[in-house]
Design a binder for this molecule. Structure first.
Ligand SMILES: NC(=O)c1ccc[n+]([C@@H]2O[C@H](COP(=O)([O-])OP(=O)(O)OC[C@H]3O[C@@H](n4cnc5c(N)ncnc54)[C@H](OP(=O)(O)O)[C@@H]3O)[C@@H](O)[C@H]2O)c1
Length: 300
């Protein structure tokens, strides 16, 4: 199968390039920057053209506006990139009876207080522009009637780009003391683990696809939650980053979120319930500390 990856130069896009090496499928990696086949996903006709020219039957959308705070003031582009562009990809997949694998976020929740892991059918209550536009993206994809798997994830990190792990590796190595919030909990997700889960979903889709001849609906179309296993605060996360990178000199202390005011209220409890994805696709999810250890080793 020919599979198109958008936003290939991002964290998840880079991990997709790594896991795709194991696959027999043909992957086409695209982004808006140099070094990749150029594709701006806000341009519907450009998306349709690349899908047609390459006989694409699956798109993995790793492109998005991901700067949560900057989204508050960036204007129309955030909705265009997080909602209209995924709709473009969905339309292109609808045209050819293909599958869109799209990545969404725990930021679609947060407005209503909750303290148990979020299931897929929990009502979306975003607190900022990023979460709201990502929620719009989910709805727009579903409205096209294409085959889709939407994966909501959280606290994504990797060896690539800017992320919390890389920032904390730097700060714990250079600062004598560091304060990190302990009143927001969630689960870190190594983008490599998410990329492996995506590959497993595509394998499942291909099996079902082979049995069908004409227009058909994938039996597993839907929204799924994926993060690594376990729960921690940003403070605990930082403590483990320091431990696995053998940074013993930095004194890391817990603090409250109000010491670091930001334009968007972060969900204080942001744990995703992964039962559905594990039961549907038989995906085994690693514990977050094991994955963190691997990422830090890979970074070294
Ligand atoms: N990061 C997190 O903590 C987190 C948490 C939960 C969910 N997610 C979701 O996970 C997904 C992957 O996130 P990530 O952290 O891997 O993202 P990322 O590192 O920010 O990568 C996004 C990529 O998309 C590219 N892009 C921007 N505009 C584009 C356009 N018009 N057409 C095509 N490509 C474009 C970006 O290029 P430029 O860099 O040149 O703009 C970048 O290479 C996103 O859907 C995000 O919302 C992320």
């Amino acid at each position: 199968m020919n599979i198109l990856v958008t936003g290939a130069n991002g964290q998840l896009g880079n991990e997709m390039q790594i896991v795709a090496i194991q696959s027999n499928d043909k992957y086409i990696f695209t982004d808006v920057c140099e070094g990749y086949e150029k594709l701006d996903i806000t341009d519907l006709e450009a998306v349709r053209k690349v899908v047609k020219e390459n006989d694409v039957k699956c798109i993995v959308n790793c492109a998005a506006w991901t700067n949560v705070d900057a989204a508050e003031t960036a204007g129309e582009i955030v909705e265009t990139l997080n909602a209209t562009a995924p709709e473009n990809l969905a339309k292109a997949m609808k045209d050819v009876n293909g599958l869109l694998v799209h990545v969404s976020t725990d930021y679609v929740f947060g407005g209503d207080p909750y303290n148990t892991p979020c299931k897929e059918d929990q009502k979306g209550t975003p607190t900022g522009v990023y979460g709201l536009t990502k929620l719009h993206g989910e709805l727009k994809i579903q409205a096209t009637g294409c085959n889709y798997v939407i994966l909501r994830t959280a606290w994504l990190y990797s060896e690539f780009g800017k992320n919390f792990v890389k920032t904390m590796l730097n700060l714990t190595a250079t600062r004598p003391q560091l304060k990190v919030v302990f009143d927001q909990v969630g689960t870190p997700t190594y983008a490599l683990d998410l990329a492996n889960a995506i590959l497993k979903i595509i394998e499942d889709y291909k099996k079902e696809c082979n049995l069908k001849l004409d227009a058909w609906n994938y039996s597993k179309n839907g929204i799924y939650h994926y993060s690594d296993e376990g729960v921690c605060s940003w403070y605990d996360f930082t403590k483990m980053i320091a431990e696995y990178s053998s940074q013993t000199k930095c004194d890391i202390q817990p603090c409250h979120s109000n010491e670091f005011p930001s334009p968007v209220t972060r969900p204080s409890y942001s744990v995703l319930d992964k039962t559905k994805i594990k039961e549907t696709f038989g995906i085994k999810i690693p514990y977050w500390t094991e994955s963190l250890k691997k990422c830090i080793k890979n970074l070294k």
